[in-house]
Design a protein around this ligand. Structure first.
Ligand SMILES: Nc1ncnc2c1ncn2[C@@H]1O[C@H](COP(=O)(O)OP(=O)(O)O)[C@@H](O)[C@H]1O
Ligand SMILES: [Mg+2]
Length: 378
């Protein structure tokens, strides 16, 4: 059994990598092939950090070489993740938004798991850490950010920016807010299709005077439907945070949510999973934890999907009350809730930094201030 580099390259011509029309030899993805007795080392480059896509490529290469060259070949595949050349990046969707460094989508498979609560508390915590933050409430089915920020009676004014009339986001707790809810009547069932929603959201992003933002948090509608595909494909999203409760039904939907972001034609990096309502703690017994929806589910899911676990939020009455009165609970200092959100927020920031180190920009993170945030390394 003898084979050489040429045999291997010939075999690899049968494979084309995700997102590339040409075969992997032709596309230049194969960096090097070394053969030694029955050992083969294949070095390739890919533009995606998505674990499952890399695994699939590795498996394809091993199978193809065994099938076409020698079943006894011992194949090792080294994958280098490289930023795609500017301009051809199927990872960059939509045009970057001037002044907005990172758009982080907060998603959940299932509704009612606390996506908006997590978004609001992440936002105020980022603001406390010194970041410039905006929240865009894109939940066409139930926009709740105006209520959570106590701005539901306000309407954005228009301002003149460089001769153009733009919407001015409403600001509270150091966070700029715009919501699709400002433009739809309460209780009005809004029937949107994907393209309509993404057009409206594009306006809320591009025709608004957000100014400089380190982070724009996007509170997405729950689910994984066509509306999400449209939004994802038309906006330059840096990464996604998926919120789930530990309940089996919610976890199953969170898994679908992650899968949606990782689809070949979407490829939005998943920054990680946040577990909400991890355990119940009664106000009068703050040390007690009751795992009423199950224990550790989201952590296990994160492990299984090989994505970061960003932290857990307990189910406590004060979080619900704070949401209802429009003052996110994490604003209350020296509380376990503030701590929990600080931990999660630091993880989101550091995952964003990591993501921007390995992937091309929506626009790479250039954090202007980092007060109180040890996770930031730039
Ligand atoms: N950790 C929590 N503890 C207590 N109540 C919570 C918690 N997270 C969310 N809630 C409450 O649950 C309800 C649904 O949360 P919400 O953030 O609106 O979910 P979603 O945006 O996913 O539909 C709200 O009334 C909210 O105040
Ligand atoms: Mg919501």
């Amino acid at each position: 059994m003898k084979f050489n580099k040429q045999d291997i390259l010939k075999a690899l011509e049968a494979i084309s990598l995700a997102g590339e029309g040409k075969n992997m030899v032709e596309s230049g993805a194969v960096l090097n092939v070394i053969t030694f007795a029955n050992e083969v080392i294949v070095d390739i480059k890919m533009t995606t950090p998505a674990m499952h896509i890399k695994k699939r490529a590795e498996q394809d290469i091993i199978n193809t070489i065994k099938e076409k060259v020698s079943k006894d070949a011992e194949v090792k595949v080294n994958i280098k993740v490289e930023a795609p050349a500017k301009g051809d990046a199927n990872l960059i969707k939509g045009k970057p938004v001037p002044g907005i460094k990172n758009i982080v989508a907060v998603a959940s498979g299932k509704g009612g798991v606390g996506k908006s609560t997590v978004t609001a508390n992440l936002a105020v915590t980022l603001a406390k850490m010194g970041f410039k933050v905006g929240v865009l409430d894109a939940d066409i089915y139930g926009p709740s950010i105006p209520l959570m920020f106590d701005v539901f009676n306000e309407r954005p004014l228009s301002v003149n920016v460089d001769g153009k009339s733009k919407m001015k986001p409403i600001e509270n707790y150091g966070v700029k807010v715009l919501s699709i809810g400002f433009f739809t009547k309460p209780n009005q069932a809004v029937i949107w299709r994907g393209p309509m929603a993404s057009k409206a959201l594009n306006q809320l992003i591009f025709d608004a005077a957000w100014g400089e933002l380190d982070f724009m948090l996007l509170d997405l509608p729950p689910g994984t439907g066509d509306i999400h595909l449209s939004i994802m494909q038309s906006l330059p999203i840096t990464g996604a945070v998926v919120v789930s409760t530990p309940q089996t039904v919610a976890l199953a939907d969170a898994r679908k949510g992650v899968a949606m972001f990782q689809q070949e034609n979407i490829q939005v990096p998943v920054l990680g999973i946040v577990e909400n309502m991890s355990y119940f703690t009664p106000a009068e017994l703050p040390e007690n934890k009751y795992y009423i929806f199950g224990d550790g589910g989201a952590k296990n899911l994160a492990e299984d999907l090989e994505i970061p676990f960003l932290g857990e939020v307990p189910l406590v009455q004060s979080i619900r009350e704070a949401g209802d009165v429009g003052r996110p609970a994490a604003l209350q200092t020296a509380t376990p809730i503030e701590k929990a959100f600080e931990e999660i927020t630091k993880n989101v920031v550091s995952e964003t930094v990591k993501r921007n180190d390995t992937l091309p920009p929506t626009e790479a993170i250039k954090i202007t201030t980092m007060a109180g945030c040890s996770a930031v390394k730039k």
